[in-house]
Structure formats: C-alpha cells, structure tokens
Design a protein around this ligand. Structure first.
Ligand SMILES: *Cc1c(COP(=O)(O)O)cnc(C)c1O
Length: 461
C-alpha cells in the first residue's frame, strides 16, 4: 500500500522542483538542452545502482530529480525552437499527475466513467471545430498512430472485408511529397506496400498542384488502380505550409476519393480568428487528425482521429475478443482505436481548455504564429539570410549564405546546439538543406530572434 505521507512529501518536492525548473527555463538563463552522451548520464544519475538496489527516499529522489531535470531539454526556454513538441501548460501537467495516480484507461467505459466522458466531450468539441457535427472520433497516442487509424478507416471504406480477405493489390494512396513519414509507414504497416504510395505533383515548396489532380487520377484509373485515399497536409511538417483544402476537397468530393487531411500541427489554428482561413475547406475531408501535444499545449501524447461520417471509424476495426467485446458497447472506444488500454488523454486537453478557454488557446497559437512571422521579417532584412517563403504558421525555413557562399547547414546546426545556445532543426526543401525554426514557447521574443540571427552571423561559417 502507498505510504500516504511519503507520497505527499514526494509530490511536494516534485511541485517545487518543477516550479523552479519552469521558472528558470522561461527566463532562459541556462542552456536549452544538454548533450551529454547516455553512458555519462547513466553514471551521473546512478541509474544502474538505483535499479539494482532501490531504496529511493524523498530526499534522494529530490537529488535525482534535480540531476534529471538539469540534463533534459527545456520546452519553456525562449531558445527552444526545435521540433513541434508543445511547451506544455500546467493544467495538462496536472492531468498527467492525476492519471498517474488514478490510472483509469478510457477504452472501456467501466474502467473510468469520468475519464471516458471527458474524452467523449473533448472529441465532440474537436469534431465541432473541424466542422464534422455528425462525425465520430477517438484520441490516440500520437499523430503517427492517428494517421494509421484514419487510413484504416479509409481502407475499410474502400475494402470492407480487408480484415478477413486481406489487401487487394490495386489500392493506391495519393500523397504529396510534403507528407509526414508516418503516412508511408502506415501504408507499409497496412500491407499496401510502398508501391501503393503514388506521389502527387507539387510546387517547389511541396504544396499539392491542384491543376494536376485530374490527370493524376486519370493515370491511376487507366492503370486499373483504385484510389484508397488522397492525403493533404494542413501544416506540412517541414515548412508549416498548408495545402488548398477547399480546392482539393471539392475535387475529391466530385470524384469519390476519400480525403484525409493531416492537420496534426495546423488544426489548432481553427481556434484563432486570424488564422482559421488556413484550414478553409477542412470540413470537406473524410478524415482529419489533430495533435493536441503540438499547439494545444499538452504533453505528449494526445492526438485525435476525426471522421466526418458517424460509423466510418468503428468500421475500421473488426476483431473478436470475448473478454472485451460482447453485444452493445456504445460507450466503449475499443472499437475505434488500435490501442486496447489508453491513457487519459482527454483530461489534458480538457484542463487546458477549462483553464485558458478556447480564446486563450487560440491566442497562444496566434502569438506563436506571429513570432515566427516576425522572425521571417527580421531574417529577410539581413542580406546573408535567404527565406524561401513567407511562413503561414510557426514554422520558418531559411538558409544562411554570407556573400552567397554555400554553408554546411548540418554543421551550422551542430554549432548552434553546442553548449545549448539554441535548439533548431533542419530540413530539405527542393533537395537543399535549410535550417528550420518552430516557435513553440511563449518565452521566445524579439530578443531571442535577434540573438539567433546574431549568433549565426558571428559563427565561424
Ligand atoms: C507531428 C506530425 C505528425 C506525427 O505526429 P506524432 O504525434 O509525432 O506521431 C504527423 N503529421 C504531421 C503533419 C505532423 O506535424
């Protein structure tokens, strides 16, 4: 049994340590990340001895936690400009804590009525935002799994008996080059194989060329193949740019093609008055995914799969398990997800909403998008920087080419990460390596942006 006093003491230690950690991170005085190799770190944190001997106490835990936090990556730090992982808000952190103590897996209603009900209501809210008033949804552990789940729904729509009969060889998936790798991985997992993934024509920034869609579909059908789904990006991972969802949606509707919109990153902009237009036409999709652990400020993971028609998701899975499935189970989410046991993801989204409101979360999205736009303006004003497009979201790609010189951008990135000065990423655009910045933390301000550009200009490159 828990020693309640010990739990309360350890929880207090945790709260104090995390408060100091976030406060320090937001101020941005120390490094944004530590780059110690795992062998070093395991020794420093004494991991093997702890695992072998146990015996941690609130006091030794406090010391361990300090070292653990110190060697991590700080998502609240102004210089955190790396991957699209949220700078988590504290209501979501409280939800993780509650889940950690109560552990009510939500896939079966009787395993946690309150947690499941929160998920139903959060899904209803998300469906409403996307414009699927009579759709259905489920929360999954991440966008990659969400893409797989949505594509399984598309497959069930095209081939209702795929679970028993297998996957026919004529199925094709129309995918833009900007698509997240989890789409190709889902095709592999589903047994469609890489041959089923047909690349769509796109502009030089990876956006789907709408004018080329009729010819692509025509080629496919003349080759005797069936489009299982067409995938569009609403917020492409590399660039943060959006496909023209209305144009694509109208094309798909006219030709009976399942449209899957990967809005893992971008859907949160539906909450911002000024940015909602980027998702115009999303309501024409058959399926959409939306990661709350990117712009809705929850910790990883909390992703939604949303389908426009009620029943399309439930048809994606057709398993028997007599210990779980029997008769009418209208309140169970088991039939809509890959997972059996699921964590209380809805509570994280709910508490952020309950604390900040739709307006507060929308303002968070808008402010990050604005900061990224500001970075683009500042970089564009410096002659050594080349920005290939005006950002639509909080993701900006750029190249550093002082005097037109070709700089090794992988080495430049390494240089920025050394000593934890900045956390930035890189990506290839039209086969050329660019640096990539994703503004995630509310603490990132003009000073940070100038400082990043100055640091690059002063680098030995
Ligand atoms: C992040 C992202 C994913 C993958 O989501 P995970 O939660 O990291 O698995 C898929 N698609 C897009 C467009 C993304 O930005």
């Amino acid at each position: 049994m828990w020693k309640i006093h010990e739990f309360a003491q350890a929880a207090e230690i945790t709260t104090a340590a995390l408060a100091a950690y976030v406060e320090e991170s937001q101020r941005g005085t120390g490094p944004v990340l530590s780059r110690r190799p795992p062998g070093d770190l395991a020794e420093r944190l004494d991991l093997r001895r702890w695992m072998r001997e146990g015996g941690m106490t609130p006091e030794t835990y406090q010391e361990f936690l300090h070292g653990f936090l110190e060697a991590g990556t700080r998502m609240h730090h102004p210089s955190y400009l790396g991957h699209q992982t949220a700078s988590p808000d504290f209501p979501a952190a409280l939800a993780e804590f509650v889940h950690g103590a109560t552990n009510n897996p939500v896939a079966i209603y009787e395993m946690g009525a309150s947690a499941a009900t929160v998920e139903f209501e959060v899904l209803r809210w998300m469906l409403d935002k996307v414009g699927f008033p009579s759709g259905e949804g489920v929360l999954t552990h991440g966008g990659s799994l969400a893409n797989l789940t949505a594509l399984l729904a598309a497959r069930a729509h095209a081939v209702p008996d795929a679970f028993s009969g297998g996957v026919p060889r004529d199925l094709a998936l129309l995918v833009p080059p900007s698509a997240h790798y989890s789409i190709a991985r889902a095709a592999g997992i589903m047994g469609l194989g890489g041959r089923a993934v047909v690349p769509l024509d796109a502009d030089r920034l990876g956006r789907i060329d709408i004018a080329a869609l009729p010819a692509a579909l025509d080629r496919l059908r003349r080759a005797g193949r069936r489009p299982m789904a067409l995938v569009a990006s609403a917020g492409a991972t590399g660039t943060g740019l959006h496909d023209d969802l209305r144009g694509i949606g109208e094309f798909c509707a006219a030709h009976g093609v399942w449209l899957h919109v990967d809005a893992a990153h971008g859907a949160s902009a539906l909450l911002s008055e000024r940015h909602r237009h980027l998702l115009d036409g999303i309501e024409l999709a058959d399926s959409v995914i939306w990661d709350a652990h990117k712009m809705l400020r929850t910790s990883a993971l909390a992703a939604a799969v949303l389908v426009r028609r009620d029943g399309d998701l439930s048809k994606a899975f057709q398993q028997e398990a007599s210990y779980l499935f029997y008769g009418d189970q209208e309140h169970d989410l088991l039939g809509r997800a890959v997972e059996c046991t699921k964590s209380e993801m809805g509570l994280k989204i709910f508490l952020n909403l309950a604390w900040r409101g739709e307006r507060g979360l929308g303002d968070h999205v808008a402010a990050r998008y604005d900061t990224a736009h500001r970075f683009w303006e500042l970089a564009s004003q410096r002659p050594a920087f080349d920005c290939p497009y005006e950002p639509e979201s909080n993701i900006v790609c750029f190249r550093y080419a002082p005097g037109g010189r070709d700089v090794d951008h992988i080495a430049l990135r390494e240089h920025l990460l050394t000593d934890g000065a900045f956390h930035v990423t890189s990506t290839e655009l039209a086969d050329v390596r660019h640096l990539r910045v994703a503004v995630m933390a509310p603490a990132t301000d003009d000073k940070t942006l100038h400082s990043l550009l100055d640091t690059i200009e002063r680098s030995p490159f």
